[in-house]
Design a protein around this ligand. Structure first.
Ligand code: NDP
Length: 311
């Protein structure tokens, strides 16, 4: 079975490669935007802004499973580059779907809590009405709709507040700021579920295994949108506090900085963010028989992974 991983240099893509589970399940081709890979190993070129080249790559590799971890994720920049964000997060996803529908391939694709407006106060079910409040969310919603319309078999996995030991993320920003400052001001009125990439990789592989074992009727039930986030929720301030406590306990930080809770209004950004990003993940757990633990468990795991190994 040929498997194609797109976006292999991103937080999630890199975690897939480091985990190794895709390569255990088939002949894996990893693709990046420019053909260079974080570990210096060779990679295919897949720039999602180039429709023809993407189509040629799919024709050449003939994947049975396409894992799309590539995305335009610059939430603030998307406000001034919406056409490019929509090309990568919307049109390209539709093209993957169209190819997959014709060739009977499965598309595993990731979407976001930003497809919702954040006005809720209970976890969003998968079928809650979407209403993005920014360009990034609109571009990701365009991808969801294009994939659904393509007729391809798909697992559309919405996740949120993603972090890893590598890449650009809140946890790494907090650790850097903590080493530089005595006091950090953090937004305390946005709610979500911090989700580490190890959890996303393991849960995706569990879902893929179920898919591969399933008969056509079971596949029809699995086909569609699922919420793949850690359980429980917090605010950015709560997440920062937990990061500092874990990092101090494991010797990554010498001292805790003071964390000052602030409102979203006190931290203006080009893109508006949803105030409520908590997704109901019970359907994923039931459908795939895979338990999604509390977000603090993932944090503990990632902090331990960041502690330098002593011989
Ligand atoms: P990253 O930003 O870490 O990685 C995205 C990857 O996509 C990068 O490697 C980037 O390439 C690549 N990429 C960007 N543009 C193109 C392009 N034109 N062609 C090919 N590749 C491109 O994202 P994550 O790993 O965090 O996100 C994984 C998925 O999860 C995405 O679908 C994202 O929308 C979703 N998600 C992420 C959240 C988060 O908090 N990060 C929250 C909710 C959902 P390069 O390395 O060259 O820049």
């Amino acid at each position: 079975m040929n498997i194609l991983l797109l976006g292999a240099n991103g937080q999630l893509g890199r975690s897939f490669l480091e985990h190794g589970g895709l390569a255990e399940r088939g002949i894996l081709s990893a693709a990046t935007r420019d053909g260079s890979r974080f570990d210096g190993k060779p990679a295919e070129v897949a720039d999602l802004s180039q429709a023809d080249a993407l189509h040629d790559l799919l024709d050449r590799l003939q994947p049975r499973v396409i894992v799309n971890a590539a995305a335009y994720t610059a939430v603030d920049r998307a406000e001034s580059e919406e056409a490019l964000a929509t090309r990568i997060n919307g049109d390209a996803v539709g093209e993957l779907g169209t190819w997959a529908a014709v060739h009977d391939a499965l598309v595993i694709h990731y979407s976001t809590d930003y497809v919702f407006n954040g006005n809720a106060d209970i976890p969003y079910p998968t079928d809650a009405p979407t209403a993005p409040i920014g360009a990034y969310g609109r571009s990701k919603l365009a991808g969801e709709l294009a994939l659904q319309r393509s007729g391809a078999k798909h697992l559309l996995l919405r996740t949120a507040w993603v972090y890893a030991p590598h890449g650009h993320n809140f946890l790494r920003t907090m650790l850097r700021l903590a080493a530089e400052r005595e006091e950090i001001r953090i937004v305390a009125d946005q709610h979500g579920s911090p989700t580490d990439t190890t959890l996303i990789v393991r849960a995706t592989l569990a879902a893929l295994d179920k898919w591969l074992d399933a008969d056509p009727m079971q596949r029809d039930q699995m086909n569609g949108t699922h919420h793949l986030v850690a359980s429980g929720s917090t605010t950015w301030h709560g997440f920062a506090d937990a990061i500092m406590r874990e990092a101090t306990a494991h010797g990554l930080l010498a001292r805790m900085p003071r964390l000052i809770p602030i409102t979203t209004a006190e931290f203006p950004t080009p893109a508006r963010r949803p105030a409520w990003s908590v997704l109901d993940n019970t359907g994923f757990q039931r459908q795939f028989g895979y338990s999604l633990p509390d977000w603090r468990q993932g944090l503990n795991h990632i902090i331990k992974a960041l502690v330098p190994k002593t011989c």
